[in-house]
Ligand binder design. Structure first.
Ligand code: BES
Ligand code: ZN
Length: 626
């Protein structure tokens, strides 16, 4: 086989096994994206112009990640001159279904000495196979009057929008020029520079810039008929028209969360502006930390700020994840474990140990359930999963979040909160703007403890890093997350399970924070065998569990209890719920619980409605419901 036809292989020892790109030979530094949105054709098209630095000047080709978009033209740009470059797409790659079909561009044989950098422009257009982008029909939006579009690039979906070195190891500065017809607002995860309107084409053109180097998975676009409400000098929220005031109230604490993180980490918020965007219901996650523009599910709009821990989480990513970035998806916990740690640190500082411990307890119970579902021997139960050849999203559970948090909590408990805070500060300071694996933190921790902690060497000897990172199955370390709030929930749970629940208990329940209510319901779920008909009916009689009285976190848990105990009296509400929210955290367990109870009905319902879900949610749900 000639070189021309060779399929691209991924070296299992490479720094990032989820990319085909040869980023260690020639590396992207800066990109300019032009994107034009066409709602009638459901396409995003334009160009990406990238400046690369040579690391190895013998490199003969540039390999980029690509999965879906059509490539129309590739050109070398030198000053004002453009020269077409030849390219091919490795359509039969062994990992085409998981990692895509690499784009291989032949690099020019420069006559004289090779330059240090080069600029290449590629024209692209997306189609319906591009799973990182979702186009919504008008009916799928809050107002049902305008179209909507949004992207979700983490983990490796950026390559489904445009050709790129889709690895968090090669960070880039980005300029974006976005074009869409009036009255739509086309957003980007960066800072807005200017907007102009072209009367001839009826199009609005907006320029954005991202001046902090970001990994490709943080590239984000969204477009809809939007309004903006300011929350504070640097915070604000975009929503569909009519939802702004509700969202502004719900997310009012954003500024406070930023300040708390700034104080703890000893570093100001680098990104200047913090905006949120409330997406239509199909957004498959709770939140996504896109720079300058956190995306959130509308299910956070509970009316009482009780789900704002998601905001504290996404804000924390501004340091852990977006400044200091996991260098590959095996180290995903370096993003999420640290961010859960920060989210709970914010809870500890603002609301006290009791609330923080309750959240840790809920997380702990959650990960036990996930590990049970995965099987104790699954690679996804450790902090260093084997993801060679697979889409990293396939193994998405709370393991990197909770086991990662537990490791950091353990490391904090060994030396005390003050010293640990200093280590976190040093860590961010040392690795800001870079990409790391967990050794980055290990080095900072060990260095600090040796120098500053009494009997530091002995402390370090106690830590079995290898065991924490590599052991599969249930957490081996026993934690004691003492929480009075948690005890209250368990007490009430036992009361109902023992058949002693009464109408008076409702007053206690309704005054609890959502987290306590959730822990109560999770406790019932953990003891589902004891939820007999009498217990079930009592719960229903006392609490009612009507959509209009409880938020989606609560309804999600109640529906699971109802379906797991094989009751059909909430089926109509379940069906309604499944069309009102596309967040995987809810639709997966509710659909799967329904499936165990009524396989035929649940499958039919999914089949009929599957197109309303995000491509990723559809894929995950299909695993069981197809
Ligand atoms: N970055 C994640 C979401 C994500 C992870 C998207 C992996 C795609 C691939 C985000 O920060 C997150 O963790 N969201 C959680 C919030 C929760 C832990 C508070 C969610 O969506 O539920
Ligand atoms: Zn996160």
């Amino acid at each position: 086989m000639s070189d021309e036809q060779k399929s691209i292989k991924i070296d299992p020892k490479s720094d990032d096994i989820s990319t085909f790109s040869n980023f260690t030979q020639i590396q992207q530094k800066q990109v300019e994206i032009f994107a034009s949105l066409d709602f009638s054709k459901k396409t995003l098209s334009g160009s990406i112009t990238t400046t690369y630095s040579y690391i190895d000047k013998t490199a003969k080709e540039l390999i980029l990640d690509l999965k879906g978009p059509k490539i129309e033209k590739v050109e070398l740009i030198e000053n004002e001159k453009t020269t077409p470059l030849t390219f091919r797409i490795d359509l039969n790659n062994e990992f085409k279904d998981s990692l895509g079909t690499p784009l291989i561009i032949k690099l020019p044989d420069f006559q004289n000495e090779k330059p240090d950098s080069l600029k290449i422009k590629i024209d692209y257009i997306t189609d319906e196979n591009c799973t990182g982008i979702q186009f919504l029909e008008k009916e799928q939006t809050f107002n049902k009057q305008h179209y909507f579009m949004f992207t979700q690039c983490e983990a490796i979906q950026c390559r489904t929008l445009l050709p790129i070195q889709d690895t968090p190891s090669a960070k880039i500065l980005v300029e974006a020029i976005l074009e869409v017809e009036k009255p739509y607002k086309f957003l980007f995860g960066g800072i807005e520079k200017e907007t102009s309107y072209d009367e001839k084409t009826n199009k609005t053109i907006t320029k954005y810039t991202q001046k902090i180097p970001i990994p490709s998975y943080l590239i984000a676009f969204a477009c809809g008929n939007l309004e903006y409400k300011k929350i504070s000098e640097r915070c604000g929220v975009y929503t569909e028209i009519g939802l702004g005031d509700k969202a502004k109230y719900e997310f009012e604490d954003s500024e406070k969360f930023i300040e708390t993180a700034e104080n703890y980490l000893g570093r100001k918020y680098d990104w200047e502006i913090y905006n949120l965007l409330v997406l239509p219901f199909s957004f498959p996650y709770g939140g996504m930390e896109n720079p300058n523009l956190t995306f959130v599910t509308p299910s956070l709009l509970a009316g009482d700020k009780s789900l704002s821990n998601v905001i504290a989480h996404e804000i924390s990513h501004s340091w852990t994840g977006n400044l200091v970035t996991n260098k590959n998806w095996k180290n995903f916990w370096v993003n999420e474990g640290f961010t859960i740690f920060m989210e709970r640190k914010i809870a500890e500082i603002l609301y006290g140990d009791d609330m923080k411990n309750l959240e840790s307890l809920v997380g702990y119970e959650g990960v036990l359930k996930d590990i049970e579902m995965l099987g104790e021997d699954s690679t996804y139960t450790c902090l260093n999963p084997d993801i060679y050849g697979v889409d990293p999203d396939d193994g998405f559970t709370t393991v990197p979040y909770e086991k990662g948090f537990q490791l950091l909590y353990y490391l904090e408990s060994l030396i005390g909160k003050n010293d640990f805070q200093n280590i976190m500060k040093n860590y961010i300071d040392k690795y800001k703007f870079l990409s790391v694996d967990y050794n980055g933190f290990k080095n900072v921790y060990e260095d600090y403890v040796k120098k500053n902690v009494n009997k530091g060497e002995e402390v370090l000897k106690e830590i079995d890093w290898d065991k924490w990172i590599n052991s599969k199955g249930k957490p081996f370390y026993k934690f004691n997350f003492e929480s009075k709030l948690g005890d209250d929930a368990v007490k009430l749970g036992d009361k109902f399970l023992n058949g002693n629940g009464s109408l008076d208990d409702k007053n206690v329940f309704v005054n609890w924070h959502t987290n306590v209510k959730m822990y109560f319901l999770k406790y019932l779920m953990k003891n589902i065998d004891k939820v007999n008909n009498d217990v079930y009916n009592k719960l229903k009689e006392v609490f009612g569990f009507k959509n209009e009285h409880y938020n989606m976190e609560i309804m999600n848990l109640w529906f699971q209890i109802s379906l797991k105990t094989k009751h059909d009296d909430f089926i109509d509400d379940v069906k309604k719920f499944l069309l009102e929210i596309g967040r995987l955290k809810f639709v997966r367990p509710v659909y799967f619980s329904w499936y165990e109870f009524q396989p035929k009905e649940s499958k039919e319902y999914f089949e009929k409605n599957k197109m309303v879900y995000h491509p990723f949610a559809r894929r995950i749900l299909s695993m069981k419901l197809k």
